[in-house]
Every structure is written in C-alpha cells, then in structure tokens.
Write a protein that binds this ligand. Structure first.
Ligand code: BGC
Length: 447
C-alpha cells in the first residue's frame, strides 16, 4: 500500500509554556493563575510541584532547539506565557518577555523547524484573574489585544497560530471541577467561562485578519464517545457527553450554534448566547487542531452534570493517567470532524501517552515500549484517516519532554525525551528514536 502521508506533512512535537519553561517571573513577567495555583497546597494535587524550574527551557532554549533538530522535527508547537509579554495581561508590553519568544522563533527558523504558536495554553495572567478572569466579558478584548501584540511582532516569522488550547479543559478543570487553575467549583460559572472563551477566540481571529496574513485556528481536545449499549438511556448519555466535550466549542466556532443537549446538561445554570456572541465566536478559521488521547465507552449514570460515565474495558491497555489506549478512536474522531465541520484542514496538535519509564536514563537509554507502541498505533490511525479522505496536514506529538503535568506534577511522564528533574539532563527515549525514523521516512517505516 502506498504511504498515506503527503510529502509536505508536518511532523512535530508540542509543549506548553508553564509545563516546560521554568523561571515564571523572570525578566519582568507577571504571575499567572498557574503560579498561584501550584503554590497553593489547598489546590495543587501534587503538592510541592510547581513550574518554578520545570524543564528550565527558558534558560536552555537554544540547546533544546538543537535537540529538536537532532530528532529531525519539521515543526514545533509551543505556547506563549501571556504574562511574560503583558505582565498585567493588558497595557504595557514587556519587551524582555516578548524577546524570549522572538529568539525562540528565530532559533527554530535557523534550524529549519516551523513554529506553531499557541496564544493561550491555560496560564492566564493573575492580574486578569483578579478582574474575574474568563468570567469577565472584557476577556474577549483583553485576549484580542494580546493577540494583536503577538501578531504584529511575529506574523512575519510565525505562519501558524492557535488561539486557545482546549477551552473544554479550561472550563471543566478550571471553573467546574476545580482540578486546574483557577480552581473554582461552580456549575453556574462554567457556561459563562465557555462563552467568554469562545468570544475571545473569535475576537482574536478578527484581530488576526486585520494584521496577520497566514493561518489561525482553534485547538480542541476530542474524545469520541461510543455508547455502551443500544439502550435509549446509554444513547442519550452518549449524546450528552459528545455535546459537552466534543461539540461545545466546535459548534459555535464553526456552525455559530450551541448543541441543544447543553441546556439539558447544565439545567438552570445554562445561559443562552445572544446573536452577537454567536456571531463573534463564528469566525472563519484556517484549520482545526485536534488533541486526541483516548476514547470513552459511555453509559448513563448520576455523575454531575453530564450524567454519563465511562465503562472500563477489561482487555485494554491503560496509560498512567488512566486513559485507554485506542488508536481507532483517532481515525474515527478525525473522520467525525471531517464529516460534521465542513471538511476542514486538520492538524493533530497533540497525541501521546504517559507511562512509567524505567529509571535507567543515566545509562543513556530509556526503554519505553508501551509509548512506542502507542505512537505506532496512533500515527497509523492518522494515516488511515488520510486514506479515508480527511485533510490532515500535520502531527504534533505530546510531548517533546517529560514536564509538569499540571496538578499531577512531575509524576506523569509524557515525553519522548526523558528529563532528569534534578540535573536537567535530557535523554532520548526509545520512542524518540522511533519518532525520528517516522519523520525521516515520512511515516513509511510504519507501513
Ligand atoms: C493538554 C496538555 C496536557 C496533556 C496531557 C492536554 O490536555 O493540552 O497540556 O499535558 O493533555 O494531559
């Protein structure tokens, strides 16, 4: 069979600022909600783990880009810490903070690696949280103004932009269940935060059309839901879960509408969107970024607020974050996006797995057969979706490095490059060697 990956397929890795950079307050940066959250023992699950040092990427950027080149990456998806650029979130630009991202982009380009820049990967400036954060309607303007600063400075060098990373996680983790910053637990806040996030997305895309000339898109985390049985109850639970997790942000962004199921999910906490808000959220975008980790076999239950639960699969492999390994789900969800959202250009903007790694990195090798198998299965699944007509232009593996897995701290290792957090030594895992070969053969080595 011929190789499904087009010659210009963009093979890359993804990271996020707070998870790898360290030095969160360096050079005049303003604190983020993650700075506060990770330092608050009442909130952070992995107490004592913070982003203060992380992978020390802020100080090791040039070496890290050299390492990306050794891997053969064609692209690198990173995020900008908003508070480095605008310490108060709005107003005065901090040239030193912006300078870090200019140097990163220049170094990537010098090494032939295409930058994909995400504006928001969860680290809202704390000063804006003090004004209500994503609950404040002004957040759309704050975000568009921040975007404009970045576009004006970098659009000549960055040609692929992402507004938000995973608005579902921002809302579900940050405002509904409280596992992530800012740690709120309030069902009435969740629909308001969602609406403002999507207004902010739309406002940033509009700003981009004024000053940018290239591509901008939205990144969503998608977890296909398969009903556990044919019962009407399980089918309805699956529809609710799909609306809540997979359609809640794509529907307004692309169709300018909200899934009807959300009013049922949120009950009296649901807020209708005005025609203006729907119109603002629905801006033409150049691509959809899909983050895929797992699927969910769904049954009805009493869980709040979606009333849908997960059926554990006894035969399956699970990662150390408790996620079922299911490559077919990636093919299915990519085709679902193609069929339901107007056959958009798609980038896989994250895909990867946390497994236990043996502590042998000091001997120069980390064997991680489960991660390598996961990657083989999932990259093959991407190829299958391309063969079935999905217009997929690139794959960004999560993640380049072991890093701060948010409230779970350093306990979950997603990297293909092992990081010793005491010495900062980086070691290619076997999965990194596999990925290098995948890139070098444009995927053909998996065939
Ligand atoms: C996020 C990453 C995170 C990864 C693994 C995604 O939801 O964008 O920041 O580390 O999943 O949990």
């Amino acid at each position: 069979m011929s190789n499904p990956f087009p010659d210009d397929f963009l093979w890359g890795c993804a990271t996020a600022a707070y998870q790898i950079e360290g030095s969160p307050l360096a050079d005049g940066a303003g604190a983020s909600i993650w700075q506060r959250f990770s330092h608050d023992p009442r909130l952070m699950a992995a107490k004592g783990d913070t982003g203060d040092v992380a992978c020390d990427h802020y100080n090791r950027m040039a070496d890290d880009v050299a390492l990306m080149k050794r891997l053969g990456l064609k692209a690198y998806r990173f995020s900008v810490a908003w508070g480095r650029v605008l310490p108060d979130g709005i107003g005065q630009v901090n040239e030193a903070g912006l300078g870090f991202y200019e140097r990163l982009v220049d170094t990537l380009l010098e090494n032939g690696i295409e930058p994909l820049c995400t504006l928001y990967h969860w680290d809202l400036p704390a000063a804006l949280d003090d004004r209500g954060g994503w609950l404040n309607r002004d957040s759309a303007d704050w975000f568009a103004d921040y975007g404009r600063v970045m576009f004006e400075r970098l659009d000549g060098r960055v040609t692929k932009w992402v507004t938000l990373n995973e608005p579902w996680v921002v809302t579900d983790g940050g405002y509904l269940h409280g596992a992530l910053a800012p740690g709120h637990r309030n069902v009435f806040e969740a629909p308001i935060a969602s609406r403002n996030l999507m207004r902010a997305h739309g406002a940033a895309v509009k700003a981009y059309r004024e000053v940018g000339k290239h591509e901008i898109g939205l990144v969503v985390n998608l977890e296909p839901k398969y009903p556990a049985s044919d019962s009407p109850e399980d089918q309805a639970a699956t529809a609710r879960a799909t609306a809540y997790m997979n359609r809640q942000y794509l529907d307004p962004a692309i169709h300018g509408a909200n899934p009807a199921e959300l009013a049922d999910v949120f009950g009296e906490a649901w807020v209708d969107w005005s025609a203006e808000d729907l119109a603002l959220a629905r801006q033409p975008i150049d691509f959809v970024g899909v983050n895929y980790y797992t699927r969910n076999v769904t049954k009805t239950d009493d869980s709040f607020p979606v009333r849908a639960g997960m059926v554990v699969q006894p035969q399956a492999t699970y990662t150390t974050t408790g996620w079922e390994v299911f490559g077919q789900g990636l093919t299915d969800v990519l085709l679902w996006v193609k069929d339901n959202y107007g056959d958009p250009t798609i980038y896989i903007t994250e895909n990867g797995a946390a497994f236990y790694d043996p502590p042998t990195a000091s001997q120069g090798r980390v064997e991680d057969p489960l991660r390598a198998a996961y990657l083989r299965e999932h990259i093959t699944a991407v190829g299958n979706a391309i063969e079935q007509g999905a217009r997929i232009k690139g794959y960004m593996l999560w993640s380049l490095f072991d890093n701060l897995e948010w409230s779970l701290g350093y306990s979950k290792r997603f990297g293909i490059v092992h990081v010793n957090f005491e010495t900062q030594e980086r070691t290619f895992k076997d999965s990194a060697k596999l990925y290098s070969e995948v890139i070098a053969t444009n995927g053909a080595c998996l065939g």
